[in-house]
Design a protein around this ligand. Structure first.
Ligand code: CA
Length: 351
């Protein structure tokens, strides 16, 4: 008697059904994650947005724009340029032109160039943004796809805070929020304790990171571990089609800025690293923290990330909603994902 025959008839039947499911049926293909990208392009934003456009794991429902690396209107022009380069039809919704309460900071044109794209002198885009403002577009799009949309936040978080004010039930409908910004252990780039995306609108960041929803912060501590070298850029230029050449050309100004401040072994891939987290979170480790942002005084823009000891015991942090923060990154894994996606031409012509 075969071994199978010694198994009771009922169990035998379920075993055969299980074998059929595992061995015969094709594995279900992973559905692409629906994302809205809130962005202030920006050189590293361009790298992140093109990475998203080319990733088979993401479906881009729209771009929303924000001040930061450039003024909001130029961010919108640059977002339209990126969409047109991709050959895709993706709506661009213009966002807030200033922070919720703070005076707006001047764009850092010494980092990204006056045009946000390394002063490469591009022609104007042919398209226009949709009439709907960014916050309303975010609300409408998220509510139309309950539990499916991830918000990828690559600049100051004003639009997301405004969307939360427009629709208080938004947190129950959003799948996830992934935001780039903040520093925990490393030194800030715009103050000793603050990074540009957070100081750009600290009140908005405090609202977004302090809301009880599935939010992950990808801080500078993580993104500064992923460095783009000249050799990497040359490979993107040589194997990434016209978009690869564009990304190479706009990155030179940005690279030179980082060189001037001592980062000689490559520039930081801030926004692409956050996008890589959305595409493949297995490249990261996260920690559960309760996060708030300082909104006044000399420490304005500082991200404070309490550990369990603080938020689970009586005290000022007790009961603050928990967020995730990336704590470790497989840097080479992120770079490999970036290079593969930006140079992949199988089945399509690299633009
Ligand atoms: Ca950005």
């Amino acid at each position: 008697m075969s071994r199978l025959m010694t198994i009771p008839r009922k169990s035998r039947k379920s075993l055969l059904v299980w074998l059929f499911v595992v061995l015969i049926l094709p594995a279900p293909s992973r559905a692409a994650t629906k994302v809205i990208i809130d962005t202030d392009p920006g050189v590293d934003d361009a790298l992140a947005v093109v990475l998203a456009f080319r990733s088979p794991d993401l479906e881009i429902l729209g771009l929303t724009t924000i001040f930061g690396n450039v003024e909001t209107e130029l961010a919108t022009q640059n977002a339209l340029r990126l969409v047109e380069m991709s050959g895709k039809t993706i709506p661009v919704a213009q966002g807030a032109v200033k922070p919720l309460y703070m005076k707006k900071l001047d764009p850092p044109d010494f980092v990204h160039g006056k045009d946000g794209f390394g002063n490469v002198d591009l022609p104007p885009p042919t398209g226009r943004p949709i009439a709907q403002p960014a916050a309303a577009f975010i609300v409408e799009t998220v509510m139309a796809h309950p539990g499916e949309v991830t918000l990828v936040v690559l600049g100051p978080m004003t639009n997301i805070a405004l969307a939360l004010a427009l629709e208080p039930e938004l947190p129950q409908y959003v799948k996830a929020v992934v935001a780039m910004g903040g520093v925990l252990e490393v030194m800030g780039n715009v103050s000793p304790v603050a990074s540009a995306n957070i100081l750009g609108d600290p009140h908005a960041a405090d609202i977004v990171l302090g809301t009880d929803w599935n939010v992950t912060l990808v801080p500078g501590d993580t993104t500064r571990q992923v460095k783009i070298t000249d050799d990497f850029l040359a490979r993107i230029r040589d194997h990434g089609g016209s978009t690869g050449r564009f990304l190479h050309d706009i990155s030179l100004f940005y690279r030179d800025f980082y060189r001037s401040v001592g980062a000689t072994d490559g520039f930081y891939a801030h926004d692409p690293t956050a996008m890589a987290f959305v595409i493949d979170p297995s490249l990261f480790r996260t920690e559960e923290r309760a996060v708030r942002v300082v909104t006044e005084g000399m420490a304005i823009g500082e991200v404070i990330a309490a550990t369990e000891r603080h938020y689970s015991e009586p005290g000022p942090w007790f009961g603050i909603p928990k967020a995730s923060i990336t704590s470790e990154v497989d840097s080479q894994g992120v770079l490999d994902l970036l290079e593969k996606t930006l140079t992949e031409t199988i089945g399509k012509v690299a633009r």
